[in-house]
Design a protein. Structure first.
Length: 301
């Protein structure tokens, strides 16, 4: 079965990625993929962080981006860039024993990875985002229930008094009371937290001091003839000359022979049939003959 939709992230060569400037630079929380080295990066206010992939060669690069790995193929040593220098995280493979031994203890490796994930904390799922005192967690919540609290001064009485609660914290019911499960860093603007919000069916990020949807239609703007409401993309119609029939299809209610003028994304053929123009690459018709997004392309660098 052919795919109906495709999502492509920002991509290009590594040289071009590192040379990006101005409005083209990778934004906070945005993903970028290098097509030549096959590495995955995420943007931060302080620069790029590599979150997947590695490069290899016989000469360790002079510098790198935090989180990058480099495999020195001649000595068979794996290096990690920790923000200021490359650090060897393995010793060479012993040809006689064919084993791979760590240069550092397990605690040292954990410290290295912790240094990379400062500001990128992956939290357990929450049920919802509490923006005011109208969201009721219930009088008898289940142990492990979690919520994001946007305004600590405006929460439902069923949350009770939560010790140490501040704006944007994540709270959890421990079986007897609501407690702060994760306190966001108040002044660390480089920090980013990712969490799945069950009731909203999406991910939320905490970055630059505020929570917001990580990805989705909140980052899509409507063009000419298009309306976006509650994550739903619709073609604007006037319900006079262009309407929707009982099956949900667009149709033109016009008198043949009259002179209609086609606007943007509209075509009028010789028989006065009005058609919506689409490229069949990014926008096309689904199996029911309805307009649908086929491909979301993050562009190239």
């Amino acid at each position: 079965m052919a795919r109906e939709k495709l999502l492509q992230i920002y991509r290009g060569t590594k040289v071009n990625l590192l040379a990006l400037a101005g409005e083209n630079v990778v934004q906070e929380g945005e993903l970028a993929f290098t097509t030549d080295t096959h590495e995955l990066y995420v943007g931060r206010s302080s620069g790029l962080v590599c979150i997947g992939g590695y490069t290899e060669g016989t000469t360790v690069p002079a510098s790198g981006n935090k989180g990058e790995f480099f495999w020195k193929s001649d000595s068979q040593v794996l290096y990690m860039y920790i923000g200021s220098s490359w650090v060897a995280v393995t010793t060479p493979i012993d040809d006689t024993s064919a084993s791979l031994t760590s240069t550092y203890s397990s605690s040292k490796i954990e410290d290295l990875f912790s240094s990379l994930t400062v500001g990128t904390s992956f939290q357990e799922d929450v049920i919802d985002v509490v923006e005011d005192d109208t969201l009721d967690p219930g009088a008898t919540p289940s142990e492990g229930d979690r919520y994001i609290i946007i305004n600590s001064a405006s929460i439902h009485t069923n949350f009770g008094t939560i010790s140490g609660l501040t704006n944007n914290d994540i709270v959890e019911f421990d079986g007897s009371a609501w407690v702060v499960a994760y306190a966001v860093p108040g002044t660390d603007l480089d920090n980013m937290v990712l969490v799945a919000v069950q009731n909203k069916g999406t991910y939320y990020k905490f970055v630059s001091g505020a929570w917001g949807e990580f990805i989705g239609f909140s980052q899509v703007t409507a063009g000419s003839g298009i309306d976006i409401t509650n994550k739903q993309i619709s073609v604007k119609i006037d319900n006079d000359t262009i309407k929707i029939d009982g099956s949900g299809n667009l149709y033109a209610d016009v008198t043949p022979g009259t002179n209609y003028v086609a606007g943007e994304a509209i075509d009028i053929d010789i028989s006065d049939n009005i058609n919506v123009l689409y490229d069949n690459t990014s926008i096309g018709l689904d199996g029911e003959g309805k307009l649908s997004i086929i491909k979301v392309d993050g562009g190239t660098f």
